[in-house]
Design a protein around this ligand. Structure first.
Ligand code: ATP
Ligand code: MN
Length: 463
């Protein structure tokens, strides 16, 4: 009995003429008078492999009743395929049926289904061509991210998921508690008695691993996190999830300029990696979803990112003559429509906007000498707007404390973060890349819900 091999390995053809074994799920089956044709898919590629089954096979009666979705094993000779669209096929000697599927009541039929429908059956959608392509690319990007950082001597750090600190200061956090919500314990003053909660104080799901990554950067020099983050923001957009994965490098002895250089190199590396390793999947997605996908990715890899200050961006937007839904005014945050105008229409390439007004950015960003901006950086991509947000961190104790006071934050909660500025402080910078935004861009999918296995958005937490 030959060893089971994945279909993408078999299709390399090295074993042509030999007995092979494939296992997977039936995508389609067509019966003619003398043979049946099965397209088998095991997730290792988009095309699957064709299995030819002669009518004189032992269990042909059962083969006739095989339906889309059935799980089988095919053993037989790998041969050159005379058919169009595939180089090799398996001429089966034996078919073992693990589990048939019910025919018409199987939720995935041969015809294409809408992405909305597939979201409702998220437990089956990885079996579709589209989601198969997306999740192979997602996996490849995760691998490439680790490779990029590991090749450069970065150390992978795992930030906690449960935390007491609100890194972004935006208050959009999910609380974690074991208190009985029907009968919560009260203090004498009538407030919620957190001393009885699991951790003895209020805690939340993390919105960012940055503050913890800084601790490690100030010991191990170059680090990155890659983990789940959570935001209880009530935004029902095609670019927001309540649970998403974030990559957060944190680099010591690095200023904003050095970091923007690395950021551009990083994004190009990742998209280049996709083009090199996932051509077949990209071609499928291009054909059905986004006619310019491959050219767009190639365009970014070959482009030079345009770097401008926030003030310059405001100027460009004000002089554009466009009527935006949100007015453009120095001091207001750039909205998605502004970001997209800059990258899609004005500069026609990725744009790095630096030096944002301090009042719209987080407390930890380093104050510039002008007294009104901070060393922040957002990377804007066509279709998405912001894909990366980062900054040089405030490494000066007095300036940091001043910001904490100015923003009316509780200085006591950040005691350790402040102490890092007293114990061997150094200039350091970092950014956050939303993993799903990257996958969305690389796959050309319009909705972020189609690039994460089980999307969590307001009012939806199925599966
Ligand atoms: P946006 O303005 O698009 O909501 P943000 O300014 O809130 O983004 P940051 O706090 O800087 O984003 O987070 C870093 C990165 O994480 C963003 O650049 C983006 O790629 C990603 N991100 C932020 N919020 C979400 C979300 N709700 N779902 C998916 N990705 C997100
Ligand atoms: Mn946001």
């Amino acid at each position: 009995m030959p060893k089971r091999l994945k279909i993408n390995t078999l299709l390399k053809g090295d074993l042509c003429g030999q007995e092979v074994c494939a296992r997977g799920w039936v995508r389609t089956k067509r019966d003619s008078k003398s043979v049946s044709f099965i397209n088998l898919n095991d997730g290792s590629n988009q095309m699957g492999i064709q299995i030819i089954v002669d009518t004189d096979i032992e269990n042909y009666e059962a083969i006739l009743h095989l339906n889309t979705g059935a799980a089988i094993e095919a053993v037989g000779k790998l041969v050159d395929s005379p058919g169009k669209g595939q180089k090799f096929e398996i001429h089966a000697d034996q078919i073992h049926i693990y589990g048939n599927a019910p025919g018409e009541s199987y939720p995935l039929q041969k015809k294409g289904h809408s992405l909305e429908y597939l979201r409702e059956i998220a437990y089956l959608r990885p079996r579709t061509n589209t989601l198969g392509c997306v999740f192979r690319i997602r996996n490849g990007l995760a691998h490439a991210i680790h490779q990029f950082f590991q090749d450069r001597g970065f150390i992978y750090v795992h930030a906690p998921v449960i935390t007491a600190s609100d890194a972004e200061g935006s208050g959009e956090m999910f609380q974690v508690t074991t208190l009985d919500l029907k009968n919560p314990p009260a203090t004498e003053k009538g407030a919620l008695d957190y001393s009885q909660d699991f951790f003895g104080k209020p805690v939340f799901l993390t919105v960012s691993g940055q503050l913890e990554a800084e601790i490690f950067a100030l010991a191990l020099s170059d680090v990155y996190t890659f983990g789940p983050t959570f935001r209880a923001e009530n935004s029902n957009t095609s670019r927001h999830l309540a649970e998403f994965w974030m990559i957060e490098p944190e680099i010591s002895f690095c200023d904003l300029d050095d970091m923007t250089v690395m950021t551009e190199e990083f994004l190009k590396y990742l998209l280049h990696y996709c083009l090199e390793h996932y051509r077949e999947d990209l071609e499928f997605l291009q054909k059905f979803y986004n006619k310019k996908l491959i050219a767009t990715l190639e365009g970014i890899v070959q482009s030079t990112f345009k770097k401008i200050t926030y003030s310059e961006a405001v100027d460009v937007l004000q002089k554009s003559g466009k009527s935006f839904e949100f007015p453009v005014q120095w001091g207001a945050d750039l909205q998605s429509e502004h970001e997209r105008f800059l990258t899609e229409q004005h500069f026609k390439c990725p744009v790095v906007v630096v030096d944002y007004p301090k009042d719209i950015k987080a407390f930890y960003m380093r104050q510039n000498d002008d007294g009104r901006t901070v060393a922040a950086m957002d990377v804007l991509f066509p279709k998405l707007g912001e894909i990366i947000g980062g900054s040089q961190r405030e490494e000066r104790y007095d300036s940091l404390l001043e910001r904490i006071h100015a923003m009316e934050m509780n200085e006591k909660e950040y005691w350790w973060y402040l102490n890092l500025r007293r114990f061997g402080t150094v200039p350091h910078s970092g950014f956050g890349l939303g993993f799903e935004r990257l996958v969305q861009f690389a796959t050309g999918m319009d909705n972020i819900r189609d690039v994460i296995p089980f999307p969590r958005v307001p009012k939806h937490a199925e599966f």
